[in-house]
Ligand binder design. Structure first.
Ligand code: APR
Length: 177
């Protein structure tokens, strides 16, 4: 799987699926969650409400992932994942790895060939960007080993600032990607 690390706005990425750093309610919020809902249009919130009324009555657990259509976004799907919130004691980095790995697995099961990630957990939920980059790296390399025949051929990490982009590049370069 090809990996691209870039600075940009994830809502503009023309990939098959973009990943949303959501919260357990799935009913929107600030940060990248707010940006994705604004760009996707009100149909996205309606689809998330539908999930809460059916499959996810208690919301989405940290580290889990669920897909909806992308509606007005260039991306066909939005994969919503919930980062562990350090401010409420969710400090297990394995949950952060799970956000990335469950999103990759879901993208694969949807038949996506390309997926874009923001720095899940790296904003409101309080994770240091290096920890996010390390979790992302572990998930991508683990996915490649577990799903060698996947049709998923591109993973983008779309970061909102030069500092975060550089942190990701440093971690991935140091680990040999
Ligand atoms: N494109 C790419 N990255 C973005 C964008 C965007 N349009 N907007 C923000 N970001 C970046 C932030 O700068 C940060 O580096 O996404 C990263 C994740 O930050 P948050 O969006 O705060 O996500 P998170 O830390 O996982 O917290 C999730 O915040 O917005 C609420 O509803 C959300 O409650 C949830 C919590």
């Amino acid at each position: 799987m090809r990996i691209i690390i870039l600075q940009g706005d994830i809502t503009t990425r023309t990939v098959d699926a973009i990943v949303n750093a959501a919260n357990s309610s799935l009913l929107g919020g600030g940060g990248v969650d707010g940006a994705i809902h604004r760009a996707a249009g009100p149909e996205l919130l309606a689809a998330c409400r539908g999930l809460r009324e059916t499959d996810l009555p208690h919301g989405l657990a940290p580290g889990a992932a669920v897909a909806t259509p992308g509606f007005r976004l260039p991306a066909r799907w939005v994969i919503h994942t919930v980062g562990p919130n350090r401010h409420v004691g969710q400090t297990n980095p394995a949950l952060l790895v799970s956000c990335f790995s469950e999103s990759l697995r879901l993208a694969d099961s949807l038949g996506a060939a390309s997926v874009a990630f923001p720095a899940v957990g790296g904003g409101v939920y309080g994770w240091h960007v290096r920890q996010v980059a390390e979790a992302a790296y572990d998930a991508v390399t683990g996915f490649g080993a577990s799903y060698p025949a996947s049709a998923l051929e591109l993973a983008e990490f779309v970061l909102f600032s030069p500092e975060v982009e550089q942190a990701f590049k440093t971690v991935f370069d140091q680990r040999g990607v």
